[in-house]
Write a protein that binds this ligand. Structure first.
Ligand SMILES: NC(=O)c1ccc[n+]([C@@H]2O[C@H](COP(=O)([O-])OP(=O)(O)OC[C@H]3O[C@@H](n4cnc5c(N)ncnc54)[C@H](OP(=O)(O)O)[C@@H]3O)[C@@H](O)[C@H]2O)c1
Length: 291
């Protein structure tokens, strides 16, 4: 069985140990055909269990700066919402990978628009996963960092009230002081820019806190800011087998264009979705080298 959601102990290698990143192609034995709607197979049609999926998505070893991975789902025609939310997109395979990717992160980063629109609750991984993380030297629960330049978050919401770990909220210096003060008792409020949250300042703060495995779950405005700062290292993109139309946003929204070449690093397939992974190319679109 593939999606037997295996939690074998060697599925994760912490930073600092040799990790089979980028070129990893360790395939489990061929699995029998079964009827799991969350099944994910590789290009050869081999079903992957959780251990194999985690192995393919492990962060690079020995990170010396934050590594930003994003995870979004889009329709074939590029919409990231259906009826204003992302939940109807992606299906079981996407949801399975979404959960697994959280498991590998030091911090889950998200924009306030997504928290508000999707009605996010507290970030709390289940006890089995927390134990899995602890056994590998990770904090039992990842940190949860919300970007809200205007500090527009309800301090009494479940995001804070049920949090297993005090969330981080990144705000701009010109956010209303009353709203900032209201968040102080429930979150670490960090000013990371004068009028907006500046991505370099945000990443410097995550780095200072030792949160280098950054897993960003959107949304488009935050990804736009990350793209503008040329700060996206990796994109996990689920392509949902739907043509939707409408006027929903695309994955990255920003006032200007910020071309960045990415190279294909992984192709997996769910029942009705492609699960793609892209890594930043050292060569930006204009041909000059930046990093
Ligand atoms: N398909 C998917 O995988 C996926 C994933 C995530 C979200 N979504 C969808 O995306 C939609 C939300 O889009 P969105 O663009 O509003 O989401 P967003 O990026 O999560 O939120 C935008 C908000 O985040 C804050 N923000 C982001 N970057 C900032 C910066 N550099 N400086 C200051 N504040 C910053 C601002 O909050 P304040 O207004 O509080 O200042 C801004 O209004 C929802 O409908 C959601 O369902 C889809």
């Amino acid at each position: 069985m593939s999606a037997g959601h295996d939690t074998a102990p060697d599925a994760f290698r912490p930073c600092g140990t040799a990790a089979p990143h980028e070129t990893s192609d360790t395939r489990p034995a061929p699995a029998p055909v079964h009827d799991d709607p969350a099944e994910i197979v590789d290009v050869a049609g081999v079903a992957l269990d959780d251990r194999a999926l985690l192995h393919r998505h492990v962060f690079p070893a020995g990170l010396e700066r934050p590594w930003v991975r994003t995870n979004m789902v889009t329709t074939i025609d590029g919409a990231v919402t259906r009826g204003g939310v992302s939940g109807p997109l992606g299906g079981p395979a996407d949801h399975r990978l979404f959960d697994l990717l959280r498991r590998l992160a030091d911090v889950v980063l998200i924009g306030a628009g997504t928290v508000r629109r999707e009605g996010y609750g507290a970030l709390r991984l289940d006890p089995t996963v927390a134990a899995w993380r602890s056994a590998r030297g990770l904090a039992a629960q990842p940190a949860f960092a919300i970007v809200s330049g205007a500090a527009r978050l309800a301090p009494d919401s479940a995001v804070f009230a049920d949090a297993p770990r005090r969330p981080l909220v990144f705000v701009a210096a010109d956010a209303p002081s009353a709203r900032r003060a209201a968040l102080d008792p429930v979150a670490d409020v960090v000013v990371a820019g004068a009028h907006r949250v500046e991505i370099p300042a945000l990443l410097a703060e995550l780095d200072r806190r030792g949160l280098r495995r950054v897993h960003c779950e959107g949304g488009p405005t935050l990804l736009g800011a990350l793209a503008a700062a040329d700060a996206i290292d990796e994109m996990c993109v689920t392509l949902d087998a739907t043509v939707l139309g409408g006027t929903g946003p695309r994955m990255v929204v920003s006032p200007g264009e910020h071309p960045r070449r990415m190279r294909m690093a992984g192709i997996l397939r769910g029942r009705d979705a492609l699960l793609l992974r892209w890594l930043r190319d050292r060569q930006p679109a204009d041909g000059t080298r930046r990093r």
